[in-house]
Design a protein around this ligand. Structure first.
Ligand SMILES: *[C@@H]1O[C@H](CO)[C@@H](O)[C@H](O)[C@H]1NC(C)=O
Ligand SMILES: *[C@@H]1O[C@H](CO)[C@@H](O)[C@H](O)[C@H]1NC(C)=O
Ligand SMILES: CC(=O)N[C@H]1CO[C@H](CO)[C@@H](O)[C@@H]1O
Length: 413
């Protein structure tokens, strides 16, 4: 829920340089754990904060993570794996699952959504696909029974490959063979007020045709862009074109109201020989530029008034993921907690301490942030912010400190 109905009163504190007069939208990050070398969840909290993320998406409902993030204000989407879908058709199983994996952590851990299944429809497994809507309905009914449906939403994340056509954006259309399956799911979203989630990777388009796809267009770099001939709308990046293609596909089946959110997007910093474009430089551009767009509250050309809601994939490089090398190298962080590459938005470090009244009593701990994991509210200890600002920040449920260009912003939501 949270994100679609979020109302942020945002206060910007000038710490150094000038203030960018924009509300800062929230960044989300996917916390995948297909690895055997990741830091403990307690040590992940400062990493999440250091990128200004206030929303985390899990692929399960890992108790260790949900417990560690209690009282941090971070909002969670928990995942209900594809392997549980058929069982969830049974109302009692759904209720047990919700009690154990959601209710048990509320309200200390802010679970706002349950993603039922991941990319279910593009497995082309009709038995599994047939379980998706019934599972979503059972889980929603369980939430209603437990009186949690006002605070926890039910959704599912689709691959962009549910589209048959995605270019130009105005021609966006669902795969014909999936329409009968998607339409009732859309009705479910409309009825329950939950968003439509898409995993979208311009990297795949680039990797498939590096000669045809201009790299600057996929990396949010300055470029001349494209104009959609049907709408005359101008697109200067592929992700926005993909999002609007989903809006067009929804409109084509008669749904104009549903919010589209990006449950995964990202860029790998490494790949196999044949995975053109998987480099730290490109990953830095993609994710750094993306996070700047989010901070600037940019919206897509077709939906200029809809706030973008995006979850970056992913927090960590995951060494046990199968598939091409890129799959194991989407992380913003290495398992030791150091950045996989300089993102260009980061924790405030040493340099800035002007503007605020007072002094930084708590210098940044630099690259070794994993060596001294902050605890509780002292987790702000690695942020070089003035003590007066810190006091205000402590009163807020969450805060964001990021470096946008050369300007350091601290704000609370
Ligand atoms: C699923 O079916 C579509 C359409 O028939 C096809 O394009 C796609 O490659 C298939 N995907 C998988 C994973 O088999
Ligand atoms: C800031 O800290 C420095 C070093 O501790 C000190 O010399 C200076 O007086 C302090 N400034 C303010 C405004 O408190
Ligand atoms: C997580 C992160 O980006 N940490 C950085 C914080 O700032 C110090 C100093 O610039 C860097 O060394 C860390 O890598």
């Amino acid at each position: 829920m949270g994100f679609s109905r979020r109302h942020c009163s945002t206060v910007l504190f000038l710490i150094s340089g000038f203030v960018i007069p924009a509300m800062v939208a929230s960044v989300g990050v996917n916390y995948g754990q297909i690895a055997n070398n990741l830091p403990s969840p307690e040590n992940v909290i400062p990493l999440v904060r250091s990128i200004g993320a206030n929303r985390v998406k899990l692929y399960d409902a890992d108790p260790k993570v949900l417990r560690a993030f209690a009282n941090t204000g971070v909002e969670f989407i928990v995942g209900l794996g594809n392997e549980f879908l058929s069982k969830m058709r049974d109302p009692k199983s759904a209720q047990d699952w919700v009690k154990t994996n959601v209710q048990a952590y509320l309200p200390a851990t802010k679970i706002t959504s349950i993603a039922v299944g991941n990319e279910v429809l593009t497995f082309n497994d009709t038995t599994l696909s047939g379980c998706l809507l019934p599972a979503m309905q059972s889980v929603h009914t369980a939430l209603v029974t437990l009186n949690l449906d006002k605070q926890v939403m039910v959704t599912t994340a689709h691959s962009l490959a549910i589209l048959e056509t995605s270019y130009p954006p105005s021609a966006g259309a669902f795969r014909r063979d999936l329409k009968n399956c998607i339409t009732p799911i859309i009705d479910f979203h409309v009825k329950t007020g939950s968003p439509f989630l898409i995993n979208a990777y311009p990297f795949f388009a680039y990797k498939a045709s590096p000669k045809q796809v201009p790299i600057d267009f996929v990396l949010f770099q300055p470029n001349s862009g494209i104009v959609d001939p049907a709408t005359n709308l101008h697109y200067d990046n592929m992700l926005f074109a993909q999002i609007d293609a989903v809006y067009s596909a929804l409109a084509a089946v008669g749904c104009k109201k549903l919010a589209v959110q990006i449950s995964e997007t990202g860029w790998p910093s490494k790949g196999d020989e044949d995975e053109v474009g998987a480099t730290p430089e490109n990953a830095k551009k993609y994710n750094g530029n993306l996070m700047k767009l989010i901070a600037q509250k940019k919206a897509t050309p077709l939906k200029p008034n809809c706030e973008l809601s995006i979850f970056v994939f992913a927090l960590f490089n995951e060494n046990m993921k199968p598939g091409p090398a890129s799959e194991r190298n989407y992380g913003l962080f290495k398992p030791d907690g150091t950045p996989a590459y300089a993102l260009g938005i980061s924790n405030t470090s040493s340099s800035s301490n002007s503007g605020g009244s007072g002094n930084s009593s708590t210098p940044a701990s630099g690259s070794g942030i994993m060596s001294s994991p902050p605890t509780g509210s002292s987790s702000t200890g690695y942020l070089a912010i003035s003590s007066s600002t810190e006091r205000v920040l402590f009163q807020s449920t969450w805060f964001f400190v990021g470096l946008v260009g050369s300007t350091i912003l601290a704000l609370y939501i």
